[in-house]
Design a protein around this ligand. Structure first.
Ligand SMILES: [Zn+2]
Length: 105
């Protein structure tokens, strides 16, 4: 019976002296760097990185692809707003009983 109690005490001492309570330090971990999100493609960039790396990112496939998509969408959006404003002008002229030909001259 005494041996059982000793083994229980030993198990409890092992449980409370668990090495997992101490933080594990990775000797190969790099220090944390300040990061920012690219406004065009959403990639994470290191703040204050070398200009060559920034240039490589801007010339890269992901960034240039997103830039082309954004330019395309912005062009479509401008055409859409222009057409919408034309439609609105026609509707306003209709309700205000104004001849559109005045504006088209
Ligand atoms: Zn980018």
């Amino acid at each position: 019976m005494n041996a059982i109690i000793k083994s229980i005490h030993y198990a409890i001492s092992l449980l409370f002296s668990c090495p997992q309570q101490q933080p594990v330090v990775d000797p190969y971990a790099e220090p944390l760097k300040a990061m920012e999100v690219c406004n065009v493609c959403g990639a994470l960039l290191v703040v204050g990185d070398a200009q060559q790396r920034v240039d490589e990112h801007i010339m890269g496939k992901q960034h240039s692809g997103y830039a082309r998509i954004r330019a395309y969408v912005d062009g479509k959006r401008q055409v859409h707003f222009y057409m919408l404003s034309c439609v609105q002008m026609v509707v306003y002229c209709h309700f205000l009983k104004i001849k559109i030909s005045y504006y088209l001259v």
